[in-house]
Design a protein around this ligand. Sequence first.
Ligand SMILES: C[S@@+](CC[C@H](N)C(=O)[O-])C[C@H]1O[C@@H](n2cnc3c(N)ncnc32)[C@H](O)[C@@H]1O
Length: 237
Amino acid sequence: MSPLDPGAVFARMERMYRPQRAIYDLTRRFYLLGRDRLVDGVPARPGDRVLEIGCGTGRNLLRLGRRVPDLLLCGVDPAASMLAFARRRLERANLGGRVRLVHGVAERIEPERDFGVAAFDHVIASFCLSMIPEPLTALERALSVLAPGGTLHVVDFGSMSGWPSPLAAALRAWLALFGVHHRPELRAELRRRAAHGEGRLEEREIAGAYAELARFSRPRATSSARPVAWTPSAAAC
Ligand SMILES: C[S@@+](CC[C@H](N)C(=O)[O-])C[C@H]1O[C@@H](n2cnc3c(N)ncnc32)[C@H](O)[C@@H]1O
């Protein structure tokens, strides 16, 4: 396990995303499947604090901010030009006053230092954990900044188990060129935590497991938390 060097991540992500930032949303709508379902499944109420790790161009925060008024919309991303794009876009939508965007990495979020809040009511990770070399560290961080009663929502590339093997292998090889990998350890970790009563897990697969959605809900009061067995469910998440 190599030590995390945020400066190196900033440089790598900026190199990757700077040339694409203007066409990013147009192109990704065809293959980052499940993002709208994820965002629309966030049970946010006015005034809630929301964090997206790897917020990119801000399209998910924008969609959420348009649906629910008065949210505090926070985002962290190592690609400076994506963040600048997100900031402009959210300001244009008149959401700027309730937006806090930070140039950083998910693995090192400090809610108070970075966003001036103690915790978040909802955390989103959309096609971000698959490109983080140590995704369990980022997942752990995301869960640790979640307030009691809060929800974590993850959508990312799945096992592609419903796809013909050669096609799935070709797709995996193409994603690997960009440092993107299916991360089954994340699902396993969320299931482990749910089995230990740390929260309730709902999962769903999209398009033959091309993408996987997960919602992990923390109990309101940890003392009254009871173990909730994981069952593969088709619940909305
Ligand atoms: C595929 S894009 C997804 C952007 C956005 N979440 C969406 O759904 O459109 C992945 C994003 O994760 C960001 N990212 C990569 N490594 C990260 C890290 N260690 N911490 C936070 N974000 C990271 C990238 O800069 C990029 O903006």
